[in-house]
Write a protein that binds this ligand. Structure first.
Ligand code: UDP
Length: 324
């Protein structure tokens, strides 16, 4: 059935892809985004766009009557979160609690929240299940974990139907929606900037990790597979419950393997130089996402790394042709 939804952060990477998929599925979407990191032209056609704060603007819309909120809007740079923690405690935690209060005041029944593998910190075992201890090693992860705790208690006390989705490494693109960060820190878009000639080489952050080739291992998930989990989460959310699901493919790729996949896809030699480890980077982060598969019926359709890189590369070239 057609749901009337608010998507905060719908002008950003994951939020825009999810909005596009929600519209395709026949839902009605209002995007709320303050454009601090998003782009107005990334809001999919067919969504109504309200420029504003994720809590304030959403609060003033909720009186219209909505079936749910998908809350993507967030600060998400690990390094910045260590330099400027207030930006994360206010921008992520306080804003999200104010959003929860507004939803409670208006009786909005459903919430799907963008959580992260960074809530687990340096894992004791791999792959990581949702039952693993949560000991974030950076303020970004701590802020997302604090919000997860708030959601749990609001769901229990006030009957909210809530789902947190813990993303591993999101990559790829969908249609005209992809990664367009002004400050780009993610591996695949940075490697592709070497292939377009916008960057001389890629730095490999650490070659002395306890992994097969010494470089860090991550679980790369296609943004469209991630978006599909949000649609399933909306229909599986139950009043009074807060469910938490890891989203990843369950397969790890090293930094060197990612660079090699980018060489294959782009045909560019992509020079790489070894650099020191980046502070706070765990050696291996791979998801156990059995819970999402079993309870949501979620199945990633685009798990192939070269396929993920191919979509990111197509998007990168299209953006470059548009002039940025
Ligand atoms: N990485 C790297 N060089 C870069 C950017 C990232 O070697 O220029 C590594 C990083 O240390 C990590 C992996 O690539 O091991 C993925 O990093 P990314 O920032 O994409 O995602 P994260 O795992 O930090 O969420």
């Amino acid at each position: 059935s057609r749901l009337k939804l608010i998507v905060t952060g719908g002008a950003g990477y994951v939020g825009s892809v999810c909005t596009a998929r929600l519209l395709e599925a026949g839902h009605e979407v209002v995007v709320v985004d303050d454009l601090s990191t998003g782009h107005a032209d990334a809001v999919p056609d067919g969504a109504r766009f309200v420029e504003g704060d994720a809590a304030d603007a959403t609060a003033s819309l909720l009186g219209e009557g909505f079936d749910g909120v998908l809350h993507f809007a967030a600060k998400s740079l690990v390094g910045e979160s260590m330099q400027d923690p207030a930006k994360y405690w206010h921008g992520n935690v306080i804003t999200s609690i104010r959003l929860l209060d507004a939803m409670r005041a208006h009786g909005t029944p459903r919430l799907v929240f963008s959580s992260t593998a960074a809530t687990y910190g340096e894992p004791e075992r791999s792959p990581i299940p949702e039952t693993a201890p949560t000991m974030p090693t950076n303020t970004y992860g701590a802020s997302k974990l604090a919000i997860d705790h708030a959601i749990t208690s609001y769901a229990r006390a006030h009957g909210l139907a809530a789902v947190s989705l813990r993303y591993f490494n999101v990559a790829g693109a969908y249609g005209r929606f992809g990664e367009r960060h002004t400050t780009e820190t993610h591996l695949i878009p940075l490697v592709l900037q070497v292939a377009t000639g916008d960057r001389p080489h890629i730095s490999i952050f650490g070659e002395d990790y306890p992994t097969d080739d010494g470089t860090a291992v991550r679980d790369y998930i296609h943004v469209a597979d991630l978006a599909d989990a949000h649609l399933l989460a909306l229909t599986h959310a139950r009043a009074g419950e807060h469910r938490i699901y890891n989203l990843g493919n369950g397969t790890g790729f090293s930094v060197r393997q990612v660079i090699e996949a980018c060489r294959t896809v782009t045909g560019h030699p992509i020079p790489a130089e070894v650099a020191p480890r980046r502070a706070g980077d765990p050696a291996i982060l791979v998801a156990a996402s059995d819970r999402a598969r079993e309870e949501l019926g979620w199945k990633p359709e685009r798990a192939d790394l070269e396929g993920i890189v191919r979509d990111a590369w197509r998007f990168t070239q299209e953006r470059k042709a548009l002039g940025g």
